[in-house]
Design a protein around this ligand. Structure first.
Ligand SMILES: Cc1cc2nc3c(=O)[nH]c(=O)nc-3n(C[C@H](O)[C@H](O)[C@H](O)COP(=O)(O)OP(=O)(O)OC[C@H]3O[C@@H](n4cnc5c(N)ncnc54)[C@H](O)[C@@H]3O)c2cc1C
Length: 372
């Protein structure tokens, strides 16, 4: 049997479901193909900033939104190794999600709206020339637009030579909260050459992880175990999970056929300094759906996500400067004891993108003006 869709989305993570929910709300004929069966695990620290929260409100049932979150926090602490540099209060709580629950809730929302999700599709073959996909059961699906939402190791990257060296690798573990009690968002520098370590509250557990520009041969497990040992935690039975994430490489999707769009991690959409990807996943998902409803989806999609592409490109330049050892040493020394500066940066840049990365000096100037 053959089926015809205006759009087919590959992947039902946050970017895929954000796209699917928006298409479904507008009655666009489409489906999602997903290799896993939900609920499924996803390696992620689950930090939800204000801008992400606001997109979730648009996509999810507002009345039940609180059930999505496993914790909140109103402080951010910065460390250099184990030395506390700053403990900064935030005006507004940060939210945290457990991805297994969060992603499943978005999938259920999509299905409640009548969206067609085909789970467990592990053997798809894409025929780009004829705009169709062959499923493992022999069914043929035709598309007008194909949307890759299949994560950092997207199938589409084979067409574009995107390899792991352009990505970051993250490793994390979950411990009972009693073993590492914290109610703040804790960021540790100096454990990794080009990334950071985090400890986030997750209800009755804490999420402890690292992410760094991917380097073959780097012993990520040892870095994390050494940190835990520094805090007196017995690491012999600890389970770690790892995953790749984009880290400042804007995938050149304009080189793909005109009816192929990349969203979320598949398009390289994460913040190159914080590693935050949920905001861009939801945003690019929504933008891609909106572009499908226009006469030139690819052109309009690329135009609507331009501000995000700028963040990826400019953030990559700032990342290189921020993680150069001499400069980072000076920046951390400057942040020491500067609660207001850390709060200002977090609330204006990380939470809301009020400033672009190229405006970082302007941001510092505005902070000085407000706090002289
Ligand atoms: C260690 C780590 C910590 C992170 N912490 C945070 C954080 O605290 N806050 C934050 O905002 N971001 C964080 N991120 C980034 C965030 O997890 C991602 O940016 C986000 O998940 C991207 O969503 P997505 O829908 O694009 O991709 P994904 O969430 O990866 O979803 C892709 C989906 O596609 C499916 N798929 C893959 N291949 C195929 C295929 N061939 N066919 C069909 N389906 C397929 C997968 O099964 C999956 O369901 C973190 C990432 C890592 C690795």
């Amino acid at each position: 049997m053959e089926k015809h869709y205006q759009a087919i989305i590959i992947g039902a993570g946050p970017s895929g479901t954000a796209c699917g929910i928006t298409l479904q709300q507008h009655g666009i004929n489409h489906c999602i193909l997903e290799k896993s069966v939900f609920p499924r695990q996803k390696t992620c620290a689950g930090l939800v900033t204000k801008k992400t929260y606001e997109l979730i409100q648009k996509l999810y049932d507002k009345q039940n939104i609180d059930a999505l979150f496993c914790d909140t926090s109103s402080r951010i602490k910065l460390y250099r190794k184990t030395e506390l540099l700053t403990d900064a209060p935030l005006q507004r709580d940060i939210h945290l999600v457990k991805r297994k629950i969060f992603d499943n809730a978005l999938v259920e929302r999509y299905q409640d709206l009548g969206g067609v999700l085909r789970q467990g599709e592990t053997g798809i073959t894409i025929d780009y020339k004829n705009n169709r996909i062959l499923l493992s059961d022999g069914q043929l699906l035709h598309y007008q637009t194909l949307i890759f939402a299949d994560g950092a190791l997207s199938i589409s990257h084979k067409l574009l030579d995107v390899d792991k060296s352009k990505l970051a690798f993250g490793l994390e573990t979950y411990l009972p909260a009693s073993l590492f009690p914290t109610k703040s968002v804790d960021i540790y520098f100096d454990y990794l050459p080009n990334g950071y370590l985090w400890v986030f509250p997750h209800g009755d557990t804490v999420c402890i992880g690292i992410a760094n520009q991917y380097q073959k041969g780097c012993d990520y497990k040892k870095i994390l175990s050494d940190f835990l040992s520094d805090y007196g935690i017995d690491v012999s039975d600890i389970q770690y999970v790892g995953a790749f994430l984009p880290y400042g490489y804007a995938v050149p999707q304009e080189q793909l056929p005109d009816n192929v769009l990349l969203i979320g991690d598949a398009g390289g959409f994460t913040d190159p300094i914080s590693g935050e990807g949920l905001y861009m996943a939801l945003k690019t998902g929504i933008c891609s759906a909106q572009s499908i409803m226009t006469d030139n989806p690819k052109k309009n999609y690329l135009q609507s996500v331009r501000p995000l592409t700028d963040i990826v490109k400019e953030g990559k330049k700032v990342q290189k400067i921020f993680y150069s050892p001499a400069i980072q040493k000076r920046i951390l020394a400057k942040l020491s004891g500067k609660q207001k500066l850390v709060s200002f940066f977090f609330e204006n840049q990380v939470e809301e993108y009020h400033y672009k990365y190229r405006q970082i000096l302007q941001m510092y100037h505005d902070y000085k003006k407000d706090n002289h």
